[in-house]
Design a protein around this ligand. Sequence first.
Ligand SMILES: C[S@@+](CC[C@H](N)C(=O)[O-])C[C@H]1O[C@@H](n2cnc3c(N)ncnc32)[C@H](O)[C@@H]1O
Length: 170
Amino acid sequence: MEIGFGRGMFLVQRAAAAPGSFLLGFEIKTKWAYLVEQRCRREGLPNVRVSCGDVREIFPRLQPRGQVARAFMHFPDPWWKKRHAKRRLVGSDLLDELARLLRPGGELFLQSDVEERAELHLAHVAQHSDFVLAGQDGWLEDNPYLARSNRERRAIEDGIPIYRTLAHRV
Ligand SMILES: C[S@@+](CC[C@H](N)C(=O)[O-])C[C@H]1O[C@@H](n2cnc3c(N)ncnc32)[C@H](O)[C@@H]1O
């Protein structure tokens, strides 16, 4: 599943790159959810479903537990101001829900072009007892999923460094 798919490029590319998998995308903005759903229909992608809403409200009601293979979050939490800290998604509440939904060994992939934010995300994951960082320190050189998000593509075009984290559900 992908949280906050925005314009949906990753969802669409991943659905084509991994036709044997089933993708569930969540997006709070109605406009993007609608457009991406229409696009998936137009392109005949039977393995994608789109859900419009706030994952903080949706996830506690999602069942069953322990079935999700991968959770992707591309460039979440873009807000800079301190007073917007409450809006941030990546934290212990969301990680609790992801730990409940992911299957043992399931992957959590996070990426950001804001170094300080990526370090914070990695620290949250490292502190959570249900996740273990992949490799030596949890950082990944590249995105191994054969699909890129819109913001990722833009960052690559602009030569902006991207900080990627991979963790597994224990
Ligand atoms: C900075 S954008 C990144 C979009 C896309 N992932 C990309 O990399 O191009 C963050 C996205 O997360 C969505 N989002 C933020 N909070 C959310 C929430 N609570 N539930 C679902 N989507 C959310 C936003 O609407 C936005 O589309």
